[in-house]
Design a protein around this ligand. Sequence first.
Ligand SMILES: [Zn+2]
Ligand SMILES: [Zn+2]
Length: 161
Amino acid sequence: MNTCPCGSNKDFGSCCQPLINKEQQAQTPEQLMRSRYSAFATEHYQYILDTYLGKDKQDANKEALAEDYDGIQWLKLTVESTEMDAANSNHGFVTFSAYFGMKGKLFVLQERSAFEKMDGSWFYLADVSESSNTRLKLSRNDICFCGSEKKFKKCCEHRLN
Ligand SMILES: [Zn+2]
Ligand SMILES: [Zn+2]
């Protein structure tokens, strides 16, 4: 089994991959958010662009995304909460933490994202939090951030480079 990067514990082929390959559509903001994370983790940048509705979309391109995210290892996604807009069923929000490694250091991005449904498809609209990347300082003997209950040095440390 090829575990899905999004942390669902499902096989990639029956979780985010059919969405990234456009064989299926996300039914909820959370599904879209998870599939976008998995697309980052597997470097499917076209999907990132195709599921984005932000105002600076016309300036974005696949090559620039690939360059921006070069050298980042996506390590773990935790979805903290997801809500629908009570007044508008075409709006929803997902709050998540995404752990990543960059130049051998560990970071976590915490964000609340807004999503919008247009013509039956969900899109990422914007970061509606003041999201920030926080450096996580773990020593090698600390318990790993990923939830495995193993020591960092025996778990995810080798995934950083
Ligand atoms: Zn998934
Ligand atoms: Zn770990």
